[in-house]
Design a protein around this ligand. Structure first.
Ligand SMILES: Cc1ncc(COP(=O)(O)O)c(CN[C@H](CF)CCC(=O)O)c1O
Length: 365
């Protein structure tokens, strides 16, 4: 019997309109031969940056000009390009539990990296304050991996922190912000920023195809000047043909139609997954029912350790990730409970019950 996946690291591409994508690619090929014959603008083609500016203004309330947008082949490569312009005794704060790849990138770059715990409103602002951090990385629209949506009150506190002294910045990673079920999405933190303190990053990995490698970063004017001064010889890392194709895909409305379609599918799968988990585990599971994103955080009563669970999941041919993957420096106290990050993008609806059965065997006696 093959593997089943409750991984959070994928997108469901069963409904992706490949025919439409190909039409947009044909258009890109016929209208942009000259640009395809040249090295592109270091930040990416202007018309693509303009289209993305309009999209995130409409969907996320982000306030920006195309000049402030830098395109790149992945969020981590954009963060690397940004942070390499900073001297590496900069103090950096980031969420714990959080995005391990970001943590390890910043450490390898030699920064003074400080994971900061979360309370029920997101990153603990008093800890950020006491650190006198220069950069604070947050995922306010759907904290990665806990899913917490940062309330306006904490966003204001964070913006006040950034505005209260020298060269402080907030890096807002708006990952996984596109999928909201029932609740409306709160506009981006960047839309509240009046002091040019917020760097905004986003990605098309989860709304389109993770393999496309198209991500974007919006820099405040003064950081943009620093970025351009440092990166005089930068070559755009994302593929021009895909960028022009994406431009037409967004412009003709295919993108927003696809996101709407996926929102319905993901909402259906999420409801099925929650029902199966509750039917199977009853009072032994507690689900953080935050109606957003492509994974949910669930707490299970079990005496098993994370290591045992990871081993047994492999035996059951079930791909799933535990909270251990996201604990940066926090120790986990396994008081007979463990936390699992359960993704529902990579599982077909008719396989959800079987996947939950396997999870029951993994965690069972
Ligand atoms: C917090 C966060 N910010 C951005 C991305 C988007 O990155 P990119 O596709 O390069 O634009 C991810 C994507 N995370 C991966 C897929 F979920 C890996 C997860 C894991 O390592 O656990 C992410 O978690």
């Amino acid at each position: 019997e093959g593997w089943l996946s409750l991984s959070h690291m994928t997108a469901d591409i069963s409904l992706f309109p490949f025919k439409e994508w190909l039409k947009c690619q044909q258009k890109a090929l016929s209208l942009h031969k000259r640009e395809l014959s040249e090295i592109p603008n270091p930040q990416g083609p202007y018309i693509v940056r303009r289209t993305i500016c309009r999209l995130i203004a409409l969907t996320r309330g982000v306030i920006c000009e195309p000049e402030q947008v830098v395109l790149g082949s992945g969020t981590m490569s954009l963060i690397q390009q940004l942070m390499v312009t900073q001297n590496n005794n900069a103090v950096v704060a980031l969420e714990d539990p959080g995005y391990f790849r970001l943590y390890s990138l910043l450490k390898k770059m030699g920064f003074n990296v400080n994971p900061v715990g979360l309370d029920d409103r997101g990153i603990k602002i008093e800890e950020v304050d006491s650190l006198t951090a220069d950069f604070t990385f947050v995922t306010p629209s759907h904290q990665f991996p806990t899913g917490k949506i940062m309330p306006i009150s904490r966003r204001i506190e964070l913006l006040n922190w950034a505005a209260s002294s020298g060269d402080r910045y907030i890096v807002e990673d708006d990952y996984d912000s596109e999928f909201k079920y029932k609740t409306d999405s709160i506009p981006a933190l960047q839309s509240l920023d009046r002091n040019q303190r917020v760097i905004y990053t986003g990605s098309f990995s989860k709304t389109m195809l993770p393999g496309l490698r198209i991500s974007y970063m919006v820099l405040p004017p003064d950081l943009l000047r620093e970025f351009r001064r440092y990166h005089t010889d930068l070559i755009q890392s994302s593929n021009s043909l895909n960028l022009f194709t994406l431009h037409y895909f967004i412009e003709n409305g295919e993108y927003s139609r696809h996101v709407k379609r996926m929102n319905h599918l993901y909402e259906t799968k999420r409801k099925m997954l929650i029902k199966e988990l509750q039917d199977r585990f009853k009072s032994n599971v507690e689900i953080d029912d935050i109606p957003a994103g492509l994974h949910l955080l669930a707490h299970f009563k079990t005496t098993k350790s994370y290591e045992e669970i990871e081993t047994r999941a492999k035996e059951q041919k079930l791909e799933i990730y535990t909270m251990k993957r996201f604990l940066l420096e926090k120790e986990y106290e396994s008081n007979n409970k463990i936390d699992l990050i359960i993704g529902f993008a990579n599982i077909q609806e008719e396989k959800i019950a079987e996947a939950v059965d396997r999870l029951f065997s993994v965690l069972g006696t």
